[in-house]
Design a protein around this ligand. Sequence first.
Ligand code: SF4
Length: 255
Amino acid sequence: MILGDVCTRACGFCAVKTGRPTWNDEDEPRRVAEAVRRMALEHCVVTSVARDDLPDGGAHIFAETIRALRRESPGMGVEVLIPDFNGDEAPLRTVMAAQPDILNHNIETVERLQRAVRKRARYDRSLGVLERAKAYAVEITGNTGTVHTKSSLMVGLGETREELSQAFRDLRVVDCDILTVGQYLRPTTNHLPLVRYYHPTEFAEMKAEALELGFKHVESGPLVRSSYHARDQVPVAARQRRSSVAAALAANGVA
Ligand code: SF4
């Protein structure tokens, strides 16, 4: 998680500290990339707190981190889980220009519960982030399929099954490729109450339904979180491209 440990928002399900962030570290991308290289990862997921205090929401740090990861770990899949940047165009373009393999932005819950669950966010704005991310990637690279988009939902917050189905459909309307669905677990008694637990068979049903709607990859289970099995979700073409880059570098004694 980059950009510090203090978030400018206070989502009802999240245990991250809320406040006025002071973290400002332009060297963070280099150090993150160095740490990741030393761990020799095959796939890396980078996320952040929301930084509504910064003019670009921290987008340039995301972009620099992606570029640094590419330099230090050329064969690795790179996924970013980004905030909504208040729906602004420029920060999202900045991130997409760095060409992550997977652009993840979570809608978290169904439309009706957005205000209670993530009061500074909006359902339509988040769908717009996913839609525009893909459009910008096409503009920047001239190719389709260079980035996969991904989103996540928690269940157990009081949503209905039909509302979940609608959320799945809404994500497919903006051509979201990957979906993760997991059980909400209440971090403390100060957080939103847990309304109910879903049975594993219900998660299996939701997975089948989402695949039927056209998602390329779905993870659905009680303990599934945004990054669950993330490595397996990298598009096959991107994985092959990255493997051949790594092999070429290794053959030349670079990696
Ligand atoms: S924006 Fe993200 S980190 Fe901040 S409170 Fe909401 S979920 Fe937690």
